[in-house]
Every structure is written in C-alpha cells, then in structure tokens.
Design a protein around this ligand. Structure first.
Ligand code: 6GU
Length: 252
C-alpha cells in the first residue's frame, strides 16, 4: 500500500519509521511518503494560510498550495499501480474512524492524507480533488474531541490500517482486534507471578486462570468481557447481551 501525507509539520510523522510500521516499510509492504505543504507555496514566505472570508477567529489554509500538492501526488505515479489515491481528510467533522472502516481502507492500494491546521482547509480544495482530479474524498474523525491538526490522527489511522495488511503483523495478534469489530471489549489478562506483592498489598491472579479448567476459563473470560462492556461501553451491547450483563456484578 502507498500512503502519502501532506502536512506543514513533516517531522510530526517521524514515528512512522518505528516499530511495526517501520518494519513494514523496510519490508516493502508499505510505501509512506511525507510531503511539506510549504514546498508547494509560490511566494517567498511560503505562505499557506490567510484570514477567513465572512470573519471569525483563526486562519484558513489557502487552496493554491493544496491543489498544487495534491496534483503533484497524482503526477508522481509510474506506469504500474493505481492512478489515483483515496483522499482522507482528518477533521472532527468527519466520518467516524472505526475498526470496520480501517478494514475497508486496508484493502485500498493508495491512500493520501491531507493534514489541516488552523481552522481548516478552504472547502474548494475538496471540490478540486473530487471534480478535477477524480479522487474519492472522505473527511474522517477519530472521535468527538478537537486536535490541533490532522497529524496525530494520521499516526493513529495509519497504524490501525497498516496492521490489517497481510504480513505486517503475525496472525495471532491480528485476531485480537476482532474484539472491536462490533463485538465486546477484551477480557483482562495476567502473567507471572501468580502472587505479586508490593510494599502495602498482595495482588492475586483470579484463581480460575490457574485451575487448568479450560471451560471455566472461557466462561469467566466471556463474563469479564460482558461486564467490562456494560461498565465502559454500554453502547456496544445488543439487547440480548444487556440482559446477561445486567445479571453480573459489573467490574469497573
Ligand atoms: Cl481525525 N483530526 C483533527 N484535527 N481533530 C480531530 C480528529 C481528527 N478526530 C478528532 N478530533
């Protein structure tokens, strides 16, 4: 998969060189290219923003540099591979980014992210990308809170998407995320020592996990998943699950 990121803070994307994403890049599974929007400004000061029409606080990103940056992405592709990317625009007003959406995006051959700062990007840039470049444009949001810009959101989204590309993580780990595919939250996990003492307390592992009784362990884990989901994310429970969760002593 090819991933282009256009931003005024290329250094913000440096963590994409680390860990599994960095490995995927070195293995040739992921081709990440970060571009500085200011390189596409025409003036001496490399200006990318201006005051909003209609008034109001803050600055708006100018359409010219964005159009040039996006147009040049399309122009850099060779004979092979997809001719146009799917453009994702991180913004609190976007489509909610979910595990299901990540799965959909993981099948795309080419993604481009347009990172806005300030009050956002001039709306005409999206019309230009859709109408003149023929790209599919999707505003996307991580949740109901406001970040200063799209860069941190891109780090999260690229990680969530890339780990779903075959070969990026092992099979075992890729099953873990099924917990968020519209299902229940994960059960709590423990490792050695079974009896862990600090200066003022002793913390035990739930005895059932040491019992060797696989049916009892599976039942306990399912109960924990229900209780956790009821306590933390009741919105994920279906009516039938809510009934059984209501019978449980709800864990925090
Ligand atoms: Cl995807 N971008 C920005 N700038 N802010 C956000 C967001 C995205 N998701 C939540 N807040």
């Amino acid at each position: 998969m090819r991933v282009d990121v256009v931003t005024i803070f290329p250094d913000y994307l440096a963590p994409l060189e680390l860990s599994l994403i960095g490995k995927a890049r070195r293995d040739g599974l992921l081709d990440v290219r970060v571009h500085d929007l200011r390189d596409f400004a025409r003036d001496r000061h490399r200006t990318v923003d201006d005051t909003p029409y209609g008034g109001g606080a803050g600055m708006v990103m100018k359409p010219g540099p964005w159009a040039e940056a996006l147009r040049r992405l399309g122009g850099t592709v060779g004979g092979e591979g997809p001719s146009r990317p799917r453009l994702l625009v991180p913004a609190p007003s976007g489509r909610p980014f979910t595990q299901a959406f990540a799965r959909e995006l993981a099948t795309e051959p080419w993604l481009a992210f347009a990172c806005g700062r300030y009050e956002g990007i001039d709306e005409r840039v999206y019309a230009y990308a859709a109408d003149s470049l023929g790209w599919d444009v999707t505003p996307v949001s991580l949740g109901d809170y406001v970040l200063n810009g799209g860069e941190v959101a891109v780090l999260a989204m690229v990680e969530a998407i890339a780990r779903l590309i075959p070969g990026v993580v092992g099979n075992e780990e890729s099953l873990v995320e099924e917990s968020h595919e519209g299902g229940l939250l994960e059960y709590p996990v423990y490792t050695k020592p079974a009896r862990w003492a600090t200066e003022d307390s002793v913390y035990a592992v739930p005895p059932v996990l040491l019992s060797g009784n696989h049916a009892a362990i599976a039942a306990w884990r399912q109960e924990q998943r229900l209780a956790r989901t009821a306590a933390r994310r009741p919105d994920l429970l279906h009516a039938s699950q809510a009934v059984s969760a209501g019978d449980l002593v709800v864990a925090a």
